[in-house]
Design a protein around this ligand. Structure first.
Ligand code: COA
Length: 189
């Protein structure tokens, strides 16, 4: 696994946490290009209502946003999701740089474990970044998609903490709210 991309064509690649609305918009622009434009993910699925309760990490080449990842914070893990690098900037390990920034952020917040849910076709990428399947060959569903839960310890020198697998594997889309603020639809296990 390569780590620590420093520059693309001599221009330094840096990462930053979104602090203000403009930063968040940069993260959303990268995601819109990659997921909605390139991968044909529906808008309603991509922007699922959790963006304003999440931490956004953005990668830049100079001042240009080129990649992003979102982190949501749960009781026993930090969930990394929506990892994307603009197509023309791929092949320089920017994804790893973003995930490593997530790891350090989680470490600084006293979190022991990183967690993600990926498509079966993407597990190879995450394994290369040092992640492993939470339950070998176990899959669950997110809507009509099959997904694989994967984890990585925040401190690589320590064993993975005991995982409450059911909590992680069955992590479901949180319900949307109706106009009066009540959850729409039942969330069942
Ligand atoms: C996943 C993504 C962020 C990686 O971008 P990146 O950081 O530029 O990744 P790189 O092209 O530098 O690849 C890093 C390594 O992973 C490997 N890799 C990339 N995609 C892979 C895949 N789907 N399966 C297995 N390995 C993969 C590369 O071969 C490379 O390996 P190497 O270090 O041995 O050379 C990017 O492909 C992307 O934005 N995809 C679209 C959005 C998406 O699908 N996100 C879901 C998260 S997987």
């Amino acid at each position: 696994m390569r780590t620590g991309v420093q520059a693309i064509d001599g221009v330094p690649v840096t990462t930053r946490l979104a602090m203000k609305m403009e930063d968040s918009l940069q993260a959303f622009a990268v995601r819109a290009a990659c997921f909605i434009g390139e991968l044909e993910v529906p808008f309603s699925e991509e922007f699922d209502g959790h963006d304003y309760g999440a931490t956004h990490v953005i990668a830049y080449i100079g001042d240009e946003p080129i990649g992003t990842v979102r982190v949501r914070w749960f009781k026993s893990f930090a969930m990394c999701e929506r990892l994307a690098v603009m197509q023309r900037f791929r092949g320089h390990n920017v994804g790893n740089l973003l995930l490593e920034r997530c790891r350090r952020l989680a470490e600084s917040r006293g979190c022991n474990m990183l967690y993600t849910q990926v498509l079966p076709s993407d597990t190879g990428y995450w394994e290369k970044q040092g992640w492993r399947r939470l339950v070998p060959e176990e899959m669950s569903r997110a809507g009509d998609k099959r997904i694989v839960a994967m984890v990585k310890q925040v401190d690589p020198s320590k064993p993975l903490p005991e995982v409450e697998a059911p909590e992680s594997i069955v992590l479901r889309r949180e319900p949307t709210l109706d106009s009066s603020g009540k959850p729409v639809g039942a969330v069942t296990n």
